[in-house]
Design a protein around this ligand. Structure first.
Ligand code: FES
Length: 108
């Protein structure tokens, strides 16, 4: 397994982008003490979600938001609940948090 981040880099209701060793652009966000990771690709037009660095959440920090057309995604599942890709989902990246505070990619 490969360590991609440390827990303290990603505060509650914030998100950070990372590049995996195989070149994938992903982001990780924290909600209620759990961490969720997704490929940084909107299912609508396959573009990156953020316009400003690490700005993956909407103004209320409730949903993941695509800055291009405003699609909203559930943090816990990546499902699009509003916008042009409603019903589609972000591609989840499997991660695991270890007792050393590291966030590891499960596969690679
Ligand atoms: S490209 Fe993301 S909502 Fe259109």
């Amino acid at each position: 397994m490969i360590k991609i981040a440390m827990m303290e880099e990603i505060p509650e209701r914030e998100a950070r982008s990372y590049e995996t060793p195989n070149g994938d652009n992903i982001f990780i966000t924290q909600r209620d003490g759990s961490f969720y990771a997704y490929q940084n690709l909107c299912p609508h037009l396959q573009v990156e979600l953020e316009f400003l660095e690490n700005q993956f959440l909407d103004r209320d920090q409730e949903y993941i938001e695509c800055s291009t057309h405003g699609a909203l995604f559930l943090v816990e599942t990546g499902e699009c609940v509003s916008g042009p890709c409603q019903g589609q989902s972000l591609e989840k990246v499997e991660i695991t948090v270890h007792s050393d505070g590291g966030i590891y990619l499960k596969e690679e």
